[in-house]
Design a protein around this ligand. Structure first.
Ligand code: V47
Length: 354
């Protein structure tokens, strides 16, 4: 196959090459992706000791795939107080977490300061803690709701103590699919523009892709290439995270779900196509830990983290609500034949579990 020959000649692959790779043998793709991974990181598999916090599920936007936001199917609206959030952070800090990952729904009732005071309070009390918070979708919502420019919101994040941006809200960039699954929220162009603004301020972020629903293979490659183009300009993405679609409690009905083979191919192809993004995260929450560990033989090098509590993907069926204990994470990674490495949010190594 021409795409494979180009790969071994060290050439950058095109859109057509990326689509063609899906017809290659899974193990051939695995060999290619693993070669990249091993050259960069050997047998290391990274993870973070972190706490995910989802402070509210009340949302003005409607995404068909979302089982988290309060709606007719899921009528349990909540918005945490700052005291409740600080209690969660205090308990997590006592367990030596290094990062809080804070993602909310688009809640008009709580006010602008409710969002930013969360970060200010955490940073004031725990300056050493890395705050990864506000997806591009939340940033666009705040800009739209409070008449602020995207630049103003981004500057306010930095002034409030946010260190890096998570990759959520990217879904699928193809405008037709995006209109079908999440019309009305951040557009693809805005998503990329917001990350560009963030990178231009010297900050790092991640990028996700929600796959395994109504999108095509072509849509996935197009998504990856839009990210690769931005990364060529800014170098600000740390990790690419393919999120496997979870199907429960939502309004996006899908007949065919991706097989394990399709998921692993997507992981491997993302490692091959995204030659300029350092890390590929196999997010165990949406792929299951077993498949995530297997994905580490197909180009992935990172598992996200211990998480402690997760509400967005588990609302749609992922078995991740209570996170994973550190010991468990370490022994699973070791048993799979890898070297577990605890990292910080910017991928500096904290501890190698030899
Ligand atoms: O933006 C929502 C996705 C994302 C479903 O940056 C769903 O390190 C699957 O972005 N099935 C939030 N996915 C999670 C996220 C994330 C997770 C881990 C690490 C990082 C990072 C970012 O979850 C949303 C949306 O794309 N999502 N519903 C669903 N039914």
């Amino acid at each position: 196959m021409e795409a494979i020959e180009k790969f071994y000649q060290g050439e950058r692959l095109s859109f057509e090459d990326g689509v063609a790779l899906y017809d290659a043998d899974l193990f051939e793709l695995g060999k290619m992706a693993d070669a990249i991974k091993q050259k960069r990181y050997g047998k290391k598999v990274f993870f973070n000791v972190n706490r995910h916090i989802n402070p509210t599920n009340i949302c003005v936007d409607i995404c068909k795939f979302c089982g988290f936001s309060a709606n007719r199917k899921n009528p349990n609206p909540y918005a945490m107080t700052h005291d409740e959030i600080m209690d969660i952070v205090a308990q997590a800090v006592s367990r030596d977490i290094k990062e809080v990952h804070i993602v909310s729904a688009h809640n008009k009732e709580v006010g602008l300061d409710w969002y930013f005071d969360i970060f200010k309070m955490i940073k004031a009390k725990y300056p050493q803690l890395h705050i990864k918070a506000l997806t591009a979708a939340e940033i666009e919502f705040l800009s739209r709701t409070y008449g602020m420019s995207l630049d103003e919101v981004v500057d306010k994040m930095i002034a409030s103590g946010v260190d890096s941006m998570p990759g959520g809200g990217a879904e699928i960039f193809d405008e037709k699919v995006r209109d079908y699954i999440c019309k009305g929220k951040v557009t693809s162009r805005q998503w990329l523009d917001i990350h560009k603004k963030w990178h231009e301020r010297g900050r790092m972020s991640n990028a996700t892709m929600l796959f395994g629903h109504v999108e095509s293979r072509e849509n996935r490659i197009d998504h990856m290439l839009r990210l690769r183009d931005l990364q060529d300009q800014t170098g600000g993405f740390n990790a690419f995270i393919p999120l496997v679609y979870q199907r429960e409690n939502n309004y996006l009905k899908v007949d065919d779900f991706p097989t394990g083979e399709e998921i692993l191919k997507t992981m491997a192809i993302s490692r091959i196509m995204l030659d300029n993004i350092p890390h590929i995260k196999a997010y165990w929450v949406t792929s299951t830990i077993n498949l995530a560990l297997l994905a580490c033989e197909f180009g992935a090098d990172d598992l996200d983290g211990t998480i402690e509590r997760e509400l967005i993907n588990s609302a749609s069926g992922a078995k991740s609500a209570n996170g994973m204990a550190l010991d468990n994470m370490v022994s699973l990674v070791k048993n799979a034949g890898f070297v577990p490495v605890e990292r910080d949010s910017l991928y500096n190594e904290i501890k190698v579990f030899g």
